[in-house]
Design a protein around this ligand. Sequence first.
Ligand SMILES: *[C@@H]1O[C@H](CO)[C@@H](O)[C@H](O)[C@H]1NC(C)=O
Ligand SMILES: *[C@@H]1O[C@H](CO)[C@@H](O)[C@H](O)[C@H]1NC(C)=O
Ligand SMILES: *[C@@H]1O[C@H](CO)[C@@H](O)[C@H](O)[C@H]1NC(C)=O
Ligand SMILES: *[C@@H]1O[C@H](CO)[C@@H](O)[C@H](O)[C@H]1NC(C)=O
Ligand SMILES: *[C@@H]1O[C@H](CO)[C@@H](O)[C@H](O)[C@H]1NC(C)=O
Ligand SMILES: *[C@@H]1O[C@H](CO)[C@@H](O)[C@H](O)[C@H]1NC(C)=O
Ligand SMILES: *[C@@H]1O[C@H](CO)[C@@H](O)[C@H](O)[C@H]1NC(C)=O
Ligand SMILES: *[C@@H]1O[C@H](CO)[C@@H](O)[C@H](O)[C@H]1NC(C)=O
Ligand SMILES: *[C@@H]1O[C@H](CO)[C@@H](O)[C@H](O)[C@H]1NC(C)=O
Ligand SMILES: *[C@@H]1O[C@H](CO)[C@@H](O)[C@H](O)[C@H]1NC(C)=O
Ligand SMILES: *[C@@H]1O[C@H](CO)[C@@H](O)[C@H](O)[C@H]1NC(C)=O
Length: 589
Amino acid sequence: MPQVAMASRSVASLLACVVSVVLLLSTSSRAFDTGAHSDLTRNSLNLYGYSRDAQHMGAFSNWLTDLYAFSPSMVAGLDVVPDYVAELETFHCNNLYSIVFGANYMARFTLNTIDAVKDAVRRGAILEYLAILGTSLHVYQDFYAHSNWASIKSRSRCDCYEMTSTFFDSLTLANGSVEAMVTLEPEYLGFITYSYGGRGYPHYNIFSANVEHGGYCEGTNSDSYVRPKFESTYSYAFAGSMEWIYNYERWAADASFVARAKSWTAGNFTAELYRDFNASFEVSYASTQLYFGESDGHWKGPGSGDTSTFAVSTARLSTDNQDPYQQLYLRNATPPVWSLLATPPLYSFLNTSTNSDGDVVADTASLRSTVGNFTSFRSLPGNYTNLTAVVVRTTSYNLSDDYTKLIGGKPSPWALISIDGLEFMDAPMQDTQTWTPFWTAIKFVPIQSTAVQIQYQLVTTADSSNWGKTVPIAPGDGILNVTFNTRTNTLSGDATGVHDTFATALSSSANGSQVTIYVDSRPLTCASAPNATGVVTFCDNTAYGELGSFPTCEASTLPPLGQSGGSSTRWLWTHSLLCACIYLLFIHV
Ligand SMILES: *[C@@H]1O[C@H](CO)[C@@H](O)[C@H](O)[C@H]1NC(C)=O
Ligand SMILES: *[C@@H]1O[C@H](CO)[C@@H](O)[C@H](O)[C@H]1NC(C)=O
Ligand SMILES: *[C@@H]1O[C@H](CO)[C@@H](O)[C@H](O)[C@H]1NC(C)=O
Ligand SMILES: *[C@@H]1O[C@H](CO)[C@@H](O)[C@H](O)[C@H]1NC(C)=O
Ligand SMILES: *[C@@H]1O[C@H](CO)[C@@H](O)[C@H](O)[C@H]1NC(C)=O
Ligand SMILES: *[C@@H]1O[C@H](CO)[C@@H](O)[C@H](O)[C@H]1NC(C)=O
Ligand SMILES: *[C@@H]1O[C@H](CO)[C@@H](O)[C@H](O)[C@H]1NC(C)=O
Ligand SMILES: *[C@@H]1O[C@H](CO)[C@@H](O)[C@H](O)[C@H]1NC(C)=O
Ligand SMILES: *[C@@H]1O[C@H](CO)[C@@H](O)[C@H](O)[C@H]1NC(C)=O
Ligand SMILES: *[C@@H]1O[C@H](CO)[C@@H](O)[C@H](O)[C@H]1NC(C)=O
Ligand SMILES: *[C@@H]1O[C@H](CO)[C@@H](O)[C@H](O)[C@H]1NC(C)=O
């Protein structure tokens, strides 16, 4: 028995290492902050009636698409390049240099997904159906997050998201012809996704890294709420997610199977599912500047990095590596769950669709099949498009000295916000007793909802990995509980009245601790015509609008994080872990 335990422990630590090594080196390849992917995925699955467990499974598999996608090149010539990793690397819409590249890539991906979902249905594999759904949503979300989409589709007003046409709307309108698409909407001539290069394995970066992703303070990305155009990008990725799920269910072509998938429960592996999900939050938020260079934290904005949480959560994730969810992605699943998504390779158009000059041309056959198999956003039933965002924005928090002392003097608060039953976690602000955070929770709900339930809980993480304690900020149980009417933006319950702008934020407090928040609604599509004069870069009532300042990004900079004591010990311990990991990687792979 002890030997068995030892053996599985060493496998566990190996996988912990794979996970941490993989994560540590993926800095400039991020899509959205991982938290945004999680929110988009659970929100859209929720609107399609997927169970709570299915939503979390979708979000976790979406996250694994990032986690397992990148492998290190620690030392020149010593690349650790398992094939399965290289395949996942192609799932992020990188290096699409024009709308022709973008259309070819998405067409290939769509047809591959059709095959993959049909295969899962044929095998009666519900868990795989959900995992492929989560992974394929990631790819399509990245199409918006990794491109300049929100810049070429400029928004002209702030009172609604002005979702005009998704990629598939335009492709469908043009009947699958990219040429016609550009004629109808010339702005697509400017389409590009960022380049990704520099690793020691195939990355399809044929024109070198000419458009870098950038970080929280610069670059082409709009994929964190600390960036301009974040909300426009998010609204497209959300509309795209709604569109994708609708089609995915139709491709499955088996209503009773889809109904079973929607009511899936994790059964005997429920605890593992939520531990995995919690780890996706903790590992992401706790990733640190030490490894990522430019920023602390990759859940939602900077300021949340924490080396000891990172190490502990990574190890915890790895101890669950034999659970059914991680096994779908790890190498000993044969074949791994995404393999049909990568067959044929998504970039094969670079070989097959070129003219005599070697330029990439439209893959006409794939594009035709795609359009023939796709119902685009504007043709979906109204209950999937007629939606409004409920935006819960925190403009400041302040923990009492008493509370701060109670938890040992180093509070790292974050907001856990439930909007109509869906939970949103904001990034912990490490060792920061009072602050003006970027925290913004966005949930799309049916338009004209009159009674959206919102519970706002302020939580502190302690000095290690855990979900912490509630900081009371309202009377009674300490949690602010309100009902929100999206027609009038009125709150009732623990707070009352209209508080829907930065200027009219409400303050809620208990025992000396306090938060200020506002709650607004913003329809996905606008009821009236676009603003003929305006082009919006950011709106005042968004985190960036309120705190941002071009171009130096002062607002993205938290107060000095030097207070975190014991950092050199942590540094040592995390580095030792990392070295052990790399060692294990080489001897085991
Ligand atoms: C949305 O509308 C479609 C078509 O009217 C219907 O089949 C579907 O059940 C509705 N979905 C939800 C979640 O209400
Ligand atoms: C769309 O293209 C297909 C060929 O791909 C053609 O058969 C069909 O007539 C076209 N439809 C329209 C409305 O142009
Ligand atoms: C759950 O575990 C119990 C006990 O090991 C087993 O009898 C049961 O079949 C399992 N249920 C499922 C759905 O796997
Ligand atoms: C995950 O986090 C939630 C929220 O704090 C907590 O209630 C739950 O117990 C955690 N689940 C597991 C399995 O750790
Ligand atoms: C192009 O074809 C070559 C030879 O078959 C292959 O090695 C390469 O991976 C292909 N490239 C892409 C992007 O599919
Ligand atoms: C749907 O896609 C398949 C390939 O996956 C293709 O054979 C078929 O013709 C497409 N259907 C339509 C209506 O275009
Ligand atoms: C969207 O909702 C509005 C308000 O309830 C309604 O007037 C409109 O008909 C709806 N549109 C669709 C497509 O369902
Ligand atoms: C505030 O502090 C008092 C005294 O310690 C305690 O009884 C009360 O429960 C606290 N209120 C909240 C909302 O936690
Ligand atoms: C919040 O308030 C609503 C209505 O006032 C009530 O029905 C609900 O139980 C409360 N929820 C919690 C978690 O306290
Ligand atoms: C936080 O609250 C304390 C006492 O409640 C107050 O003295 C302090 O000025 C507040 N800090 C900020 C930044 O508002
Ligand atoms: C329309 O654009 C103008 C100029 O940018 C701006 O001042 C105005 O607020 C915009 N209107 C709306 C409804 O956003």
